[in-house]
Each structure stands twice: as structure tokens, then as C-alpha cells.
Design a protein around this ligand. Structure first.
Ligand SMILES: *Cc1c(COP(=O)(O)O)cnc(C)c1O
Length: 448
């Protein structure tokens, strides 16, 4: 019999990994999956507590999505998307345009999250260029931001692990101190504050607005930073100041979109309309890669004109608007239209939170924060000062690996563990997930 693990080890370079770690922990070979469960060949199963990087929101192997893709594959698998079009992409664009009440009714498809961030940044700069304001070319981002790993997306990211080494390659951008609610410098509470931390952006925009094209944010939850939740007041203020200074607001909803945060889109918490919104991840229920940039007719019109005017947005990705991926996207919207998934997710989120809240008694659990179906547990060295453990200790990673042995895939973000399970998870599965998580956390913390 062929040894797949050996071939994997010999030939494959996995993402976001120090490959030497695989000597001790070889990649886990998943044979099939259903609902919240990943199955190995030998029948052992692992609960997918983070929807495989926040995508498989309707569960693995969802029959409805699967059938929609099957029907599509019999008709049309792909066609180039310049000058050509097809039904699934048209219907999906209609659905996507409803997300912001038809105010962001222009849909530009790409095939992964990072590339949609690149598109939003390029469109923003290009818009100002077409408007005769080519000095507006600097992008601003928040501390803690994550927007993907291609060079443009990385230039507006703030996490050293992914970015630091590449700094010399990146275009000029500005990092601004954003909300940091667990360690709030004003000692305020994110539920009641008035985004007092907003002054940093205000000062920057006052000084530099003539050069700033846009600011990009992850609305309400900074995902990769550790599911850091902040006040909608911040976004409200941002919308206002962006209008005052002619600066675009880009909301990157790649992680937060589609009912994960207690609203269909996280931006809805602030009741504002950005200039650009990027979506990906859950949009296909994790079946196929797809992303899109949503923008307004106002932006679109600035690119509209005779070919010779050279105003067009000449950007493309080969798999833009792939029909199979769009069919999956249409199926996802059908499911949102059938059920109140937002409400169900809020209830599940509460249930998860109640299950783990007793951990707060532990001296090394700093915060347990919940929004929608997301709950994050932040581990600290010192509860009072909120000091973190030395990252080299890899506490979060050890907990993730420990829980995996007990049947739950709980991938860490630094020393933060979190739950973002498929929406179809039931209470019994939640109990198993949280029991294993609690036990695994306590077990590792005992030996620190
Ligand atoms: C995952 C993610 C991206 C990047 O998407 P990829 O498909 O991995 O390129 C960008 N922004 C946010 C907020 C994300 O969570």
C-alpha cells in the first residue's frame, strides 16, 4: 500500500508552517468529512471547531451546496470572465448586492481573499487617480490588522509573524493604533465606550489626508489578531471622518461576513456603508475558492468611459467568477433566505460561552470574549497586568495539539484559543468541543 504520509512529507510544503514541526506532528490525513466531523482513514474523528479557517459554515459535505455544484458541473465548469458571463455569477451578484441594500451594487469577482484585498486597494488608488487626485496613494491600516499574505495585502497587515521579514519589499503604508479593548489604554469597556481611542486616526487624517487613499479595517472583529472585538462606535466615527477628508473606507469582511458576528455582515453593527467591502471564506460554505469586492456605482462610474480614455480597471484573475464557485455561493444565500441563521448563531454563541465561562476562575485566563458564534479565550501570564507569556513557549500551540489528540481541532492564534464552529453544530457536539477545550487548556497550563 502506498504510504501517503511519507509522500506528503517528501513532496509537500504546507502553508503557515515550520515544516520541522511535522517531524514530531506529521500532517493529519483526512479521508472524508461530514457536518462538524473530520474523519481519518481508520475511522477516528476530529471535531472542526474553527470551520477549517472560517469557511465550512454550513458543515462539511452539506448536501444542498453539494447538489447545486453537481448540477452546475454538468452544465458549465468554467468560462473566461472577460466579455463572457453565466447564470450563477449573475444570480450571486444580485444576492451580494443585497448585503448593503443595493448601495454597494457593483461586484468584482476574484478567487481568494488576498486578491480581493489587492483589488480594493488598487481600485481605491485608481479612483483618486481618475479623479485627478493621484497624490492620494497611501493606505492606512489598524494595529493588529490581517488582510492576507500577498504583498499588497501584507503591506496593510500588522502581524509581525507574517510581515516583518518582507517589510523592505512593501509599498508605503501607515499603521495607526486602533482599538485594543482587552488592554484598553483608557480602561473603558467596549460595550459602553465611545471609541475614545479614535483620536489616533483623527490626528493622522488631519495631518496626512491629502496623501491618503483609504483606510482598511476588519469590521468589529480583528480575526487573526485573536478574535479581538471592538465597539461599533469606532466604525461610525471612521465613516464620518472618511467622508470629511475624502478617504475611502474599506471593510474587509472576509472573516467576519455571513452571520458569524451576530449580524449578517459585521459592518451592520455600526449601521454604515463602506466604499468597498471584500468577501470570501464562508461565501461558498468552504466548497470552492471565491472572493468578491463590492463597491458603489459612484466608484464604478469613475472608471467608465471610452476605451481610449484609459480609465478602465485592467485587473483580472484567471478564475474570476468561476461558475462552480458561484453556484456554491448561490446555494449559501438560499440557505440564509430559508432560516434565521443569525439568530441561531447568537444562541449557539451564548451556549458555548456559558460552557467555558468557569475558566475565568483560572489565574491565567485573561478574557473570554464572545460575539455571535465566535468565542475566544485569551491566555495570559499575569491576569492583573495582562502580560503575555513569552511567545517561544508556544502555549496556545501546545493546547491546540493537546485538544487534537482528544478529538477537537482548536487551532490557536498565538495564546488565544477560539471557537468558530460550523453553524450546524448541535448542543451535544458543543458540549464535547468545550469539555475537550477546557480540559486541554487546564492540562497544559498546569505544566507551564
Ligand atoms: C483570510 C483573510 C484574508 C485572506 O484571504 P485568503 O483567501 O487566505 O487569501 C484577508 N482578510 C481577512 C480578514 C481574512 O481573514
Amino acid at each position: 500500500m502506498i504510504d501517503l504520509n511519507k509522500i506528503d512529507h517528501d513532496f509537500i510544503w504546507h502553508p503557515c508552517s515550520q515544516m520541522k514541526d511535522y517531524e514530531e506532528n506529521p500532517s493529519i490525513l483526512i479521508d472524508k468529512a461530514k457536518g462538524v466531523w473530520l474523519y481519518k482513514k481508520n475511522g477516528e474523528k476530529i471535531l472542526d471547531a474553527i470551520s477549517s479557517w472560517w469557511v465550512t459554515c454550513f458543515g462539511h459535505g452539506n448536501e444542498y451546496i453539494k447538489n447545486k455544484i453537481k448540477n452546475q458541473i454538468d452544465k458549465l465548469e468554467h468560462v473566461l470572465y472577460a466579455n463572457y458571463t453565466h447564470e450563477p455569477s449573475i444570480i450571486l451578484a444580485k444576492h451580494l448586492s443585497t448585503l448593503f441594500d443595493n448601495k454597494l451594487s457593483k461586484v468584482f469577482y476574484t478567487d481568494n481573499g488576498s486578491s480581493s484585498v489587492e483589488v480594493a486597494l488598487k481600485m481605491s488608488y485608481h479612483y483618486w487617480y481618475n479623479m485627478g487626485k493621484s497624490k492620494k496613494k497611501v493606505f492606512v491600516y489598524l494595529k493588529g490588522a490581517y488582510h492576507g499574505e500577498t504583498l499588497g495585502a501584507l503591506s496593510v497587515g500588522s502581524i509581525d509573524t507574517y510581515k516583518k521579514i518582507y517589510n523592505p519589499l512593501l509599498p508605503e503604508t501607515i499603521e495607526v493604533k486602533g482599538p485594543d479593548c482587552y488592554r484598553c489604554p483608557f480602561q473603558l469597556n467596549r460595550e459602553k465606550c465611545n471609541a475614545e481611542c479614535f483620536n489616533e486616526v483623527k490626528d493622522l487624517f488631519e495631518k496626512r489626508h491629502e496623501n491618503i487613499a483609504s483606510i482598511i479595517v476588519e469590521p468589529i472583529v480583528q480575526g487573526a489578531a485573536g478574535m479581538c472585538i471592538y465597539s461599533p462606535q469606532y466604525l461610525k466615527k471612521l465613516r464620518k471622518i472618511c467622508d470629511n477628508y475624502d478617504i475611502h473606507l474599506i471593510c474587509d469582511e472576509i472573516a467576519t461576513g455571513f452571520a458569524k458576528t451576530g449580524k449578517m455582515m459585521a459592518t451592520h453593527h455600526a449601521d454604515i456603508v463602506p466604499d468597498f467591502v471584500t468577501v470570501s471564506k464562508a461565501v461558498t460554505g468552504g466548497f470552492l475558492p471565491l472572493a468578491a469586492v463590492l463597491t458603489s456605482k459612484k466608484i464604478y462610474d469613475a472608471f467608465y468611459g471610452k476605451y481610449e480614455d484609459m480609465k478602465a480597471f485592467m485587473h483580472s484573475h484567471t478564475y474570476s467568477g468561476n461558475p462552480l464557485a458561484c453556484a456554491a455561493g448561490c446555494a449559501v444565500f438560499d440557505m440564509f433566505n430559508k432560516e434565521d441563521i443569525v439568530k441561531n448563531n447568537i444562541e449557539k454563541g451564548k451556549y458555548i460561552r456559558d460552557n467555558v465561562l468557569s475558566l475565568m476562575e483560572h489565574p491565567n485566563i485573561g478574557e473570554i470574549r464572545t460575539i455571535g458564534i465566535i468565542t475566544a479565550i485569551e491566555i495570559v501570564k499575569d491576569k492583573k497586568s495582562k502580560e503575555k507569556y513569552d511567545w517561544k513557549k508556544r502555549i496556545g500551540y501546545k493546547i491546540y495539539r493537546n485538544a487534537e489528540k482528544k478529538g477537537v481541532m482548536l487551532r490557536n492564534l498565538g495564546d488565544i484559543l477560539y471557537f468558530l464552529p460550523p453553524f450546524i453544530i448541535n448542543n451535544k457536539e458543543i458540549d464535547f468541543m468545550t469539555d475537550v477545550a477546557k480540559y486541554s487548556i487546564l492540562e497544559i497550563l498546569k505544566d507551564v
